[in-house]
Design a protein around this ligand. Structure first.
Ligand SMILES: Cc1cc2nc3c(=O)[nH]c(=O)nc-3n(C[C@H](O)[C@H](O)[C@H](O)COP(=O)(O)OP(=O)(O)OC[C@H]3O[C@@H](n4cnc5c(N)ncnc54)[C@H](O)[C@@H]3O)c2cc1C
Ligand SMILES: O=C(O)[C@@H]1CCCC=N1
Length: 399
């Protein structure tokens, strides 16, 4: 059992016991805590900021959901992902997903486009391949670049991100889970019982899950370990429609990604106008290095220049100057694949990190896996691609 103490006027007063403490209430920590509570574990979810907040990676109204990926593993994980999102919609009585389709465009014979096409077809995902001749008929108001292929992942769409985070946190609390926000974890003392100190108290638990997004290495430093992670700031740009509704979610305009190649460095994605009237979200997938505690001091806007050129060339119905710019962060691994694993030195500490700018859609699947790892259960999918040992050479040089 777990003892929880709070320092009040210098004295320590005992509070509730917990089986597991989850650190970080972004999408991954919230789904992990929810799964643990579903398994009747007394779970505490700690968050440094007052919820909801906009300082990490999970805020904002929308995210893309898709099965279109270069690698089978993600396409297959999303098979279960869609089911788990639908389950949460049912439990919480809210709509979290809107199907729009995902338009994938990119150099037809090089880079990621042919890999994505192959994965979709191999995994029998409903897909429409668009020819240059019929592209305009299906997707008016978008210019397909010379040499690019185009296809539609029919399952793609928009996830209502803020609403989803609230829904999963509410369900967690309904199951008896406890959220303590405005409590920053300042120390982790590993051991058979892990001691977690926050700005508000001291907690002990047999199991801890670290889902701290861009702050992961700051927390892991307390355990004498570092992952090869890099945090980057993304300028989240919204572009005004010249004619309102041209690219609207109600007009069934799809989400889209432009895949890159060695020759074409465009890694761009967009979502239909929805959350702000007449504004389409279009971002560049490569950001500038930042410290999560000083995100606003990173003022590089070279990504916006790339986007302006792309918008004026390929999305002619938009004003090629962003009307709104917000901020968000990616936590990148060297290979852009996730970290889902036990701490290398402490088997009762589980780490979920490095979601590399594409983790939101997987939240329900990742929560399930991190819960299984924390409970010592056999994982329901093969997570070998996400293990820490793949970074052996990076870690040696980092330490
Ligand atoms: C601009 C942008 C667009 C994206 N688009 C998509 C998309 O279309 N589709 C998609 O699937 N994914 C997308 N992603 C990626 C996705 O949003 C992230 O992978 C995901 O949100 C990561 O969640 P997380 O829980 O790991 O991190 P976070 O959301 O950052 O959560 C970590 C939490 O830990 C808390 N924390 C950290 N340190 C402490 C501490 N010491 N004590 C207490 N709490 C602490 C933080 O405050 C934070 O709330 C996008 C990301 C960005 C930035
Ligand atoms: O994860 C996603 O689907 C989006 C789109 C591609 C780039 C990053 N995030």
């Amino acid at each position: 059992m777990t003892t929880v103490c709070h320092e009040e006027s210098g004295s320590m007063s005992a509070k509730q016991d917990y089986d597991c403490v989850v650190i970080g209430a972004g999408v991954q920590g919230s789904f992990t805590a929810y799964q643990l509570a579903k398994h009747n574990k007394k779970t505490l979810l700690l968050e440094q900021f007052v919820l909801p907040h906009t300082r990490g990676s999970s805020h904002g109204q929308t995210r893309i959901i898709r099965r279109a990926y270069e690698q089978d593993i993600y396409t297959q994980m999303m098979g279960e992902g869609y089911q788990l999102w639908a389950q949460l919609e049912k439990e919480a009585g809210v709509t979290l997903y809107r199907q729009t389709g995902l338009l994938v465009m990119g150099p037809e014979t090089s880079g990621d486009y042919p890999l994505v096409k192959n994965t979709l077809l191999k995994n029998k995902v409903p897909t429409v391949i668009l020819s240059r001749d019929n592209f305009h008929q299906h997707i008016p108001n978008v210019v397909l670049s010379e040499g690019h292929g185009a296809l539609l992942d029919v399952t793609g769409g928009v996830l209502f991100a803020d609403r989803a985070l609230k829904a999963v946190q509410d369900q967690f609390q309904k199951l008896g889970g406890v959220i303590q926000d405005n409590e920053k974890v300042t120390e982790i003392k590993p051991g058979p019982v892990v001691k977690v100190t926050t700005s508000g108290g001291v907690y002990q638990a047999r199991n801890v899950v670290i889902t701290a997004g861009p702050w992961t290495n700051k927390l892991l430093a307390h355990t004498g370990f570092q992952l090869p992670l890099e945090t980057v700031k993304i300028n989240v740009c919204y572009w005004k429609e010249k004619t309102p509704g041209t690219y609207g979610v109600k007009q069934r305009f799809p989400c889209f990604v432009v895949t890159g190649s060695l020759e074409s460095k465009e890694h761009i994605y967009g979502l239909p106008s929805n959350e702000y009237p007449d504004l389409v979200k279009i971002c560049y997938h490569i950001g500038s290095k930042t410290d999560p505690d000083y995100r606003d001091l990173q003022t590089d806007t070279s990504d916006i220049d790339i986007l302006k050129r792309y918008v004026s060339r390929c999305i002619p119905g938009l004003v090629p100057e962003p009307a709104v710019v917000e901020s968000c962060m990616y936590t990148l691994t060297p290979d852009r694949h996730f970290v889902l694993d036990y701490h290398p030195n402490y088997s009762n500490i589980v780490i979920g990190a490095g979601f590399s700018g594409h983790g939101f859609k997987f939240g329900p699947v990742i929560g399930k896996l991190l819960c299984e790892l924390s409970l010592g259960e056999v994982p329901s999918f093969d997570f070998s691609s996400f293990k820490i040992r793949r970074f052996q050479s990076h870690m040696k040089s980092a330490l």
